[in-house]
Each structure stands twice: as C-alpha cells, then as structure tokens.
Design a protein around this ligand. Structure first.
Ligand code: FES
Ligand code: FES
Length: 157
C-alpha cells in the first residue's frame, strides 16, 4: 500500500504492507530510531508517538492509520535551531533519565499529559504514566521533570 502523512512537519510517502506496524515503519523504513521498541506485549510505552496530536503506542497502531494524518516522534520535539522542547530541557535539568531507553516514550506521553492537564499533580502524572515503564526505576526524577516541564510549557504558551 502507498500511504502519505506528515512526519515531524515534513510530508512523507511510503509503501508498506497492510500489517506493518507504525513503530516498524518509523524505525525501519523511515530510519527514525528515537522511537524505541521495548516489548512485544504493548506494555512498556517506549514506542509512544503522537498521532494526530494524541499519544499512542506505535507498536499497537497499524501504519495505514497514519495515512493523511500527522505523526510526531521524539526527533520532532526540538526547534529547528536545536533548542530543546521545554519538556526535554526539564528532563535534562532534573536528571529524568538514566539509561534513556524509556525517555522518548516518557517525553511524548508527558507532553500529551500537559495538553490535557496543564498543571498536573504528582498523582495525576503517576496515573498518566501507567503505560510507560522505566526499567531503571527512575520514576521519582521523571515525575519531578514532568512537573518542571509542565511549568515551562505553561510559561512558553
Ligand atoms: S514497544 Fe510498544 S508498548 Fe512496548
Ligand atoms: S531511564 Fe532506563 S529505562 Fe528508564
């Protein structure tokens, strides 16, 4: 099948099978390996991207679902001049990562959380991140980062 969509602000057209997963299309055909695949059970959340503005686990979505739509991956977060997204900067400043494997999914989920709840409480953040697993168990600093990132996003908007 031929599909076309906007990926991080750029139009792309690709061929894929009807069964191709969005995560595989992004990583293997479009070479954006910032989106990670950490499980085959839809549990870890390392693969979260934004599809038409909402966070989705890209390993649970068929690539054809992106046809005519808009996909944003972690590579699309920073500005063209390389300035980090406020949430990325907050993770950097608050040591919100250890090995970094879960980080792309955490960032994409966190940004979607702030879209829904601009000033989330710690409890709301922990509940929202139920679908994101950090194998390094760095949750304390991840939550701290998201609180700081949400504040920075509010200031920036
Ligand atoms: S790779 Fe998608 S949830 Fe783990
Ligand atoms: S920082 Fe290592 S898995 Fe989360």
């Amino acid at each position: 099948m031929e599909i076309g969509f906007t990926l991080n602000g750029r139009h792309v057209e690709v061929s894929c099978k009807p069964s191709t997963l969005l995560s595989d299309l992004i990583r293997e055909q479009l070479s954006l390996t910032g989106t990670h695949v950490g499980c085959d059970t839809s549990q870890c959340g390392a693969c979260v991207v934004h599809l038409n503005g909402d966070s989705v686990k890209s390993c649970t979505v068929l690539a054809v679902a992106a046809d005519d739509g808009e996909v944003r991956t972690v590579e699309g977060l920073c500005a063209v001049d390389g300035t980090l997204h406020p949430m990325q900067q907050a993770f950097h400043e608050n040591h919100g990562l250890q090995c970094g494997f879960c980080t792309p999914g955490m960032l994409m989920s966190a940004i979607d959380l702030v879209k829904h709840i601009p000033d989330p409480t710690e409890a709301e953040i922990r509940e929202w991140l139920e679908g994101n697993i950090c194998r390094c168990t760095g949750y304390q600093n991840i939550v701290k980062s998201i609180i700081a990132g949400a504040a920075a996003m509010r200031t920036a908007s």
